[in-house]
Design a protein around this ligand. Structure first.
Ligand SMILES: *Cc1c(COP(=O)(O)O)cnc(C)c1O
Length: 241
């Protein structure tokens, strides 16, 4: 295959994948009593070359997520980002907070009070307020970052006192589950917290964004209340590290 036909094929694949995903999101939205436009689709672009990311952006994707600060900053100048939101979705180290604050529209992966304070400190320096989601480690897994469910409430009140960040909602990555019943228990656990915190009307804490669902489980996540799904491999194909 020539270089040109290879690129054309990748472009066609990405467009086809987005059509299928958009349709499935729409169906799941309706099943959960909502409409397609109430659910946001994020294209997760880790390890993906900017050429292919631009195929998705040119086809209407308006939200992208990267896991790593360096990778995000390296690719950013090459992307067609007009009208596109960028979110950080991977664990953020305190020493990288200064580089990412102001460079993305939201940090979805706030997983400790310490990092929340550091983001606030860097935001104050730059004269900005940073939108964040709080990440919950709903399966209490060692391998994953995030607040544990049991400690979450005390931390929410602590974080609500920090003026330079604005909490917009919650993010989670559930454990791998053998069946949808188990999976839904995790998603519903987070949904219940999302609703509960929302009704408490805590200063500085809004519950508008519920980020859950990836390639393997986004339809289920929407059925359980998600309004933002983060999809990588189902759009761009398997990741090559
Ligand atoms: C990689 C990643 C995704 C996307 O995963 P896929 O299974 O490829 O859709 C979503 N969320 C987070 C936090 C990720 O790291």
């Amino acid at each position: 295959m020539t270089e040109k036909s290879f690129l054309e094929k990748r472009k066609a694949d990405i467009r086809y994948n987005l059509d299928v995903i958009n349709e499935k999101i729409g169906e799941a939205a309706v099943k959960s009593g909502r409409t397609r436009d109430e659910i946001r689709l994020m294209a997760v672009t880790k390890t993906v070359d900017p050429i292919f990311i631009n195929f998705a952006l040119d086809y209407g994707v308006d939200l992208i997520g990267e896991n790593r600060v360096q990778e995000m900053l390296r690719k950013k100048p090459e992307l067609h980002l007009d009208g596109v939101e960028k979110h950080l979705i991977g664990h953020l180290q305190t020493n990288k907070a200064g580089q990412i604050v102001g460079a993305v529209d939201m940090i979805q992966s706030v997983d400790s009070v310490k990092i929340a304070r550091e983001i606030a400190k860097q935001s104050a320096k730059k004269g900005v307020v940073t939108d964040v989601l709080l990440e919950i480690n709903v399966g209490e897994e060692e391998s994953k970052s995030g607040f544990s469910v049991s400690e979450f409430y005390e931390h929410v009140y602590e974080i609500s006192q920090i003026p330079e960040i604005r909490v917009k909602g919650l993010m989670t990555v559930p454990p791998i589950c053998e069946n949808n019943t188990t999976l839904c228990k995790f998603f519903e656990n987070i949904y219940d917290i999302y609703v509960d915190i929302g009704t408490k009307k805590i200063d500085n804490i809004d519950m508008n964004v519920l980020s859950m669902g990836m390639s393997g489980d986004y339809e289920q996540a929407i059925l359980c209340g998600s309004n933002l799904v983060r999809i990588g491999s189902s759009i761009f194909g398997p990741r090559i590290y």
